[in-house]
Design a protein around this ligand. Structure first.
Ligand code: ATP
Ligand code: MG
Length: 225
């Protein structure tokens, strides 16, 4: 085993470009992004609204593909992979905390957390889910319907769902955006603990206070970093 494994780049982007066309107009959102993120690192991505942060996160998370440039994940080329392989990467490597939670409101906390397991081959036992509920302070809330939870509780549920598959990389788009500063800080403390356990985390945020708690801040402007 490589002793330097911890410091290795897990995500490497080179010259990543992405445009969106609406009608006849084409807007170039990413204009040749070069980026390297190390294993176990917590990285913040900042930048003005509309500068392409979510677009970049979606490409990193294999939810979208770049139109040019190259992407290596854990040293393997992602660029050019089939839909099926991309789906496998999404299920096995990534956990996603999406802007605005995207929880199923009529389902309970536990039902929401279990959703990714329907798409995964990984064997996750009840004990692990129980530990996850405990570590996020959701044990007592597990049978509650999501629509009855506070914003912070919903965000913790969304984080638990992102972690249930034990992903190597956690991608979080504005994980504190909808929360007051105290609840936002609690969520950050949880993310830091998760990072300390060896996960790689990429957070998109508008909040400098949040970004400063990361190991590294990347600022996006004019389609570049
Ligand atoms: N599917 C799409 N079709 C057309 N345009 C898109 C699409 N997705 C994003 N865009 C455009 O690309 C630009 C970047 O969008 P993106 O969502 O990445 O910004 P952002 O930095 O995440 O913004 P915010 O901070 O407001 O979430 C925006 O101008 C947006 O309108
Ligand atoms: Mg966004």
């Amino acid at each position: 085993m490589d002793v330097n494994n911890e410091k290795k780049a897990i995500i490497e982007l080179q010259g990543i470009c992405k445009s969106f066309s609406v009608g006849k107009r084409t807007a170039k959102v990413l204009k040749g992004i070069d980026l390297s993120i190390n294993n176990g690192e917590m990285t913040a991505i900042m930048g003005a609204s509309g500068c392409g942060k979510s677009t970049l996160l979606n490409i990193i998370g294999c939810l979208d593909v770049a139109e040019s440039g190259e992407y290596w994940l854990k040293g393997k080329k992602v660029t050019g992979k089939s839909q099926k392989e991309m789906a496998r990467i999404r299920n096995e490597i990534f956990g996603y905390v999406i802007q605005d939670f995207a929880l199923i409101r009529d389902d309970t906390v536990l039902e929401n957390i279990r959703i990714p397991l329907d798409y995964s081959k990984k064997k996750i036992d009840k004990l692990r889910i129980d530990q996850l509920l405990k570590s996020l302070g959701l044990k007592k809330l597990q049978k509650m319907r999501v629509s009855l939870l506070s914003g912070g509780e919903q965000q913790r549920t969304a984080i638990a769902r992102a972690l249930v598959n034990d992903p190597e990389i956690l991608l979080a788009d504005e994980p504190t955006g909808a929360l007051d500063s105290k609840t936002g800080q609690e969520v950050m403390n949880i993310l830091r603990e998760i990072c300390n356990k060896g996960k790689t985390i990429v957070i998109v945020t508008h909040d400098e206070k949040i970004a400063r708690q990361c190991d590294r801040i990347l600022c996006m402007k004019d389609g570049n970093i």
